[in-house]
Design a protein around this ligand. Structure first.
Ligand SMILES: Cc1cc2nc3c(=O)[nH]c(=O)nc-3n(C[C@H](O)[C@H](O)[C@H](O)COP(=O)(O)O)c2cc1C
Length: 204
């Protein structure tokens, strides 16, 4: 029995294109793997906060020792998010493109879970990702088009996610993005992706 962590970073509204891709994937995955568990983490309703001075002091200044009350509480909170992340075998991540990148709440979550000694380590040979044996799939939506062509320099959404989750050790990655979601015909485009989503879900 495997555990899937389904992370939602956009605003969880009924017209969300990236969420439609993610939800369709999870539905297909559940059909194919009825014994697996899927835990949903909606970063907006969970109210992920920004990395702050207490977090910085606890890890990078005090090295986890002699923490004051605030530092200890915030450290516990971050470690609980890391425990949840580490407990999953597979991660499904939904991320709309916002200002060519990802929603701030997702960046805040990444800042919460990337902790030296937990998700990566500094070694004598360089930096090593500590998140081994997991797979991740990204579902994205973009209002505009051409991010694999003339707009490629501005694509800091999936490229960023691939790099940052690769950095912590997750090398088994896939992604599916709908472009032109703000343009006419977007609903048809999503429906056209459903067979692809089914195939991805059955092989995840
Ligand atoms: C705050 C905000 C910023 C956006 N920035 C971009 C952008 O940089 N490039 C783009 O192509 N579309 C941009 N869009 C359009 C969204 O990517 C598009 O609406 C997409 O469908 C959002 O995903 P969702 O449907 O899952 O919510 C932006 C939308 C919002 C609300």
């Amino acid at each position: 029995m495997k555990k899937v962590l389904f992370i939602i970073s956009g605003l969880n509204y009924s017209g969300s294109f990236s969420l439609k891709l993610g939800n369709s994937f999870v539905d297909e995955y559940k059909k194919k793997n009825p014994k697996d568990t899927v835990e949903t983490l909606d970063l907006n309703t969970h109210k992920i906060r920004f990395y702050d001075m207490d977090d910085h002091s606890a890890v990078y200044i005090k090295g986890g020792k002699d923490l004051n009350k605030e530092e200890a509480a915030k450290s516990k909170e971050r470690n609980a998010l890391v425990d949840q992340f580490m407990s999953a075998d597979k991660i499904v991540l939904v991320a709309p493109m916002w200002n060519f990148s990802i929603p701030a709440v997702l960046k805040a979550y990444i800042d919460m879970i990337i902790i030296p000694g937990r998700t990566f380590a500094y070694t004598k040979d360089g930096v090593e990702g500590l998140v081994k044996g997991k797979k991740i799939i990204f579902f994205g939506a973009r209002g505009g088009m051409g991010y694999d062509g003339p707009m490629s320099k501005m694509e800091m959404q999936i490229k960023y996610l691939e790099n940052v989750f690769g950095f912590i050790g997750i090398k088994d990655q896939k992604s599916l993005v709908i472009e032109g979601s703000a343009m006419p015909g977007a609903d048809t485009k999503v429906n056209d992706l459903l067979p692809k989503i089914k195939e991805l879900a059955h092989n995840f």
